[in-house]
Design a protein. Sequence first.
Length: 529
Amino acid sequence: MVFMKNANIGKKITIVFGIVLVVSSLTTGVGLWQLSKMRASTKELLEMSLAKERLVSDWYRIIFAGARRTLAIAKSSDNALVDFFAADSAQGTKDAGETLKKVGVLLTSEKETALLKGISDARDTYNVYKASVTKAKAANDNDTASGVLTSKFMPAADVYQQRLRDLVAFEREQIDESAKEIDAAATMSFSLQLALTVFLALLVVICGAALKSSIVGPLHYAISVARRVAKGDLTADVTVDSRDEAGQLLQALSEMNASLRGLITEVIQSADTINSASGEIAQGNADLSTRTESQAASIEETASSMEELTATVAHNADNAGQANKLALGATSLATKGGVVVNQAVATMAEIKQGSQRISEITAIIDGIAFQTNILALNAAVEAARAGEQGRGFAVVASEVRNLAQRSAAAAKEISVLISDSVEKVNTGSKLVDDAGATMTDIVKSIKEVAQIMTEITAATREQNTGLSSINQVIAEMDNSTRMNAAMVEEASAAAMSMQDEATRLSKAVSAFRTSGRPGHGGSLQLALR
């Protein structure tokens, strides 16, 4: 039953009808099985037992007719009967033999086999004595024929026929037993079918009752809860003990009931709060009206002070504009000075480069003079070796050596002068670089001063604009304050109206019961039926 509570309704219906279908199929299957079994038994009765009984009965009639023909031939004085019944006798013997073969195929039990053997033995004896009677009669030996008939043939015929009757009786007993078995099977099938039908009916009733209990009961419960909520009773404590659609409906009703209870409780509390707050708002509006009038007077005084402050800021803005113009002029002059200093720095760099080039040329001249001096010395040595012939060449070499020495001395003097000039140029270049850096700092500082003055001028103008806006806002505030005074009076009237509405709202929601109170009933407790 726990499963019936938790399964959804579609699954419940499917399971119930599935169980009914399975049991119905089982009932039908059992009935068909019993009918099949009865059909097989009936078929066996018709095709085996009745067939054997009929064959043996036919066999008995053949033997009975043959015995009567033999008796007639033996008792009759007319020997022509032998020939007259010869064909019938031969046909009877043939039919009896064929019947014996058919019966032998059908008889399978040990009892039937024993009876058939006795019949076969009796048949052999019967045929021997039958042939003796016929032979004696054919020979016109009536006494022998009569003697054999009385003493041998008739007892053998009786034994033969009795054993056939015994087999017929046995087969009829088998037929009766088969009929009883079929009747017992039919009775059992009927009883089993009846029991299954009753079981199916009980199962349908039980499953239907369980299905009804799991669906209808919770729905009645849900209807009861909904009716209590419709009457304004929100104190119902809904109990949910299933998870099917009905249980989900009850859970939803429980949540709805709790939500409505919380909502109505909040509405009641809010109505009481509004009722209390509206009175406080009315009192506050009266105080606000007084403070608004005082605020209006203060705003007028503030507006007068702001006008004076606006005039002062406007004057400061004009002064800042003049200072900004002077700063811009100083920035222009400093920029020009910086350009001149940069040009001087560039010129000093060029002079330094020229001095370095002259030093290099002087070093080359000094090198040439040194090489010339060496060559002159070598020439003098060679002239001395030449003797008188090289005297003139020696004089020239001496003069060349003197010129080389004088060139070397001059190159040294020039080098000293150039070194001194280079040193002085380096010093001047360094001073010019320092002057250029100083001018750059001056230009940067003047630019920063100009930027600051520009910002001060812009800020002063913005202040002037802001003060103008403040004056406008103060004027608007003065108008708004006057309008607020009128609106405060309207708010007081609205607060009184809101207090009246809150009172009516409290009366309206008082129709709902959100908790158990004397005279209003407690929680909802219903039993599932």
